[in-house]
Design a protein around this ligand. Structure first.
Ligand code: FES
Length: 325
């Protein structure tokens, strides 16, 4: 179930990176609105829901510059374990096909007036990071760019990024695992950065865990990141009630259910997308009660405030939650 209004886009151009059908293969889709109009504005770091096939929706970061209004560009890495998402987009779509997408959402915000920015990308996680770099270039803000990938041959957007950074004299720092298996020196990157820098990272879980460990001493609110998959199991202990303030309806969340599932069983469809706590589509304002936060969207400070929660994965620490739904 998509949250916002949808757009019918056509694949204007499709570019292949790596050997088709093999691990590491990436397809880059240049999507343009079918009616030829400009697309809604987006922030660097934003993503869109993409309807892959019936009932299958996936989220992809926009990798192009936010100043581009005529297209959205996304990159799809082939997941060898995929049976319906990336596999379908690699095997079955062609230039000219129509794809339905949601309007962009952003939970990975760029602090545009930061004195300095450090951008760190791992593999396909380069997509929102490259969009951020293009925004910083447009703003004339100083930054550095670090990119780790399996190999130069499979690193998405490598030539485009190198050329773009070269126009403003920013070095592209790369580490390729087939040449150097130590990966990015995250501790060194953090240690060498100016004290007032903001950091941004997107990549595989292992890289992000190392990034968070390296950034433990970074001031609150300066260490930004986005994950591809949820890191916590959904809260399914149940045993509490949810009241929906707009209708007054009250529902029991049984053991084995998420709030989203319990409401769905009662015919209440809360907008959602990823269902694993990474996209932010199911966010609900909390009027009273204490959520058991399990998502990777809200910051620690936002979780501590208990002002909102993701109902696809988070539960309740109190017997009753009242939500602004
Ligand atoms: S549906 Fe994506 S965070 Fe809940």
């Amino acid at each position: 179930m998509m949250t916002d209004s949808t757009l019918r886009t056509r694949i204007h151009r499709m570019t292949q990176v790596g050997v088709p059908g093999t691990p590491g293969a990436v397809r880059i889709l240049d999507l343009r609105q079918e009616n030829g109009r400009d697309l809604p504005e987006f922030e660097a770091g934003a993503h869109v829901d993409l309807v892959v096939s019936d009932g299958v929706i996936r989220q992809y970061s926009l990798l192009n510059a936010p100043s581009e209004r005529h297209r959205y560009v996304v990159a799809i890495a082939l997941d060898p374990a995929s049976r319906g998402g990336s596999r379908h987009l690699h095997d079955w779509v062609e230039e000219g096909d129509v794809l339905v997408i949601g309007t962009p959402r952003c939970h990975f915000h760029l602090v545009e007036d930061a004195p300095y920015s450090v951008l760190v990308a791992g593999g396909i996680g380069v997509t929102p990071i490259w969009s951020m770099a293009q925004r910083l270039i447009a703003l004339g803000r100083p930054f550095e760019f670090h990119f780790g990938a399996r190999s130069a041959a499979t690193a998405p957007l490598l030539a485009e990024i190198a050329a773009g950074l070269a126009t403003v004299g920013v070095a592209l720092h790369t580490v390729f695992a087939d040449e150097d298996d130590r990966g990015l020196d995250l501790a060194g990157i953090v240690a060498r950065a100016p004290v007032d820098a903001h950091f941004y990272a997107c990549g595989p879980s292992g890289m992000l865990d190392a990034y968070l460990a390296a950034g433990q001493g970074v001031a609150e609110g300066r260490l930004h990141y986005e994950r591809f998959a949820g890191t916590s199991a959904a809260a399914t202990d149940g045993g509490f009630e949810v009241e929906l303030a707009r209708t007054g309806g009250r529902y029991t969340v049984e053991p084995g259910q998420t709030i989203l599932e319990a409401l769905k069983l009662h015919g209440i469809n809360v907008p959602h997308s990823c269902a694993e706590g990474i996209c932010g589509a199911c966010e609900a304002r909390v009027i009273s009660g204490i959520p058991d936060h399990r998502d990777d969207v809200l910051s620690d400070a936002e979780k501590a405030s208990n002002a909102s929660m993701m109902v696809c994965c988070s539960g309740s620490r109190s017997p009753m939650l009242v939500l602004d739904l």
